[in-house]
Design a protein around this ligand. Sequence first.
Ligand SMILES: Cc1ncc(COP(=O)(O)O)c(C=O)c1O
Length: 378
Amino acid sequence: MIPGPTPVPEKVLQALSKHPIGHRTKEFQELVESTTTNLQWLHQTQNDVLTITGSGTAAMEAGIINTLSKGDKVICGENGKFGERWVKVAKEFGLEVIKIDSEWGTPLNPEEFKRVLEKDKQKEIKAVILTHSETSTGVINDLETISKYIKEHDTALSIVDCVTSLGACNVPVDEWQLDIVASGSQKGYMIPPGLSFVAMSAKAWEAAKKSNLPKFYLNLNSYRKSLSSKSNPYTPAVNLVFALDESLKMMREEGLNNIFDRHNKHKLAMSNAIKALNLKLFADEKYISPSITAISTGEMDAEEFRKTIKNKFNILLAGGQDHLKGKIFRVGHLGYINDRDIITVISAISNTLLDLGKITVQQAGEALVVASKYLKEN
Ligand SMILES: Cc1ncc(COP(=O)(O)O)c(C=O)c1O
């Protein structure tokens, strides 16, 4: 129950275990065709969606180095570890970063983006870069509103990390006119780590013509060119593509709205059970990501708590990062997660709190009653 790598369905595991095939064969071309169509469906876009062999960070870096140039001014939203990563990548490539931040555990304020963008009369800001679902704190940022402000600016590109939102909640790329969307396989996609995805709008491709940042393996033009002949520029992780094909088919069978509803109900069951257990939700309830619930442990050492649950129940929870280490733990509930997983993790948390004398038997029971109610009603 960590926010990635997430559990992998049996069918996908079986697809992984097939013998690899040549990546310049007709069979592989068919896979490229079907996965690309289904990736566009998942992203709700007509834009190109490119598959890279590399982790989510490769897709993030690709977004920057393919569309921007040294010295470009960009806004980076930072309210957690992954927003911080955007700032690091941008600075590493010599971009001038205007940081819009908010305390970890709170969402970015869209109005701040509006204010900075409106002030930019000379249109010097080339991109607005941010994280949709901030995995380190379990906060979802209001991407819809921020992207509206980016469109009002007109020239700036949006570059968005949707690594833990895509496949968990609505990310309508075309409707929100997102220019560059990065995601990774070990999250909502329900396959192991190793693939990442970049959706590129027409405006992003226009910007790519002028970009002067160094790139070779991650030059998205090569991926686009290869895609037109249903191929890859370099040897892809063929077996992960088998797995991707299977998982996307499973997602299509379930349907986008059902996937989003499932994640939403699990989020509600988790957060309400946590409250029944007298634990504190780290993020404001309105901004909890559908993929991750972060929980403050107060006086109790969150690392010890995690360790106890791992030893006793063999359930892995995620810890806090940086200054949050020992202070929070995070429950990942994205991808191939069902009601049983949610009930099980809540039971494990309740049972451990009971052992520690932190709650009564009644409270432990109440948490399950509350969770069951949300699972049943939604
Ligand atoms: C929001 C977010 N962005 C980026 C990443 C980085 O992905 P990767 O570790 O696959 O490079 C992660 C991974 O946890 C993430 O959760």
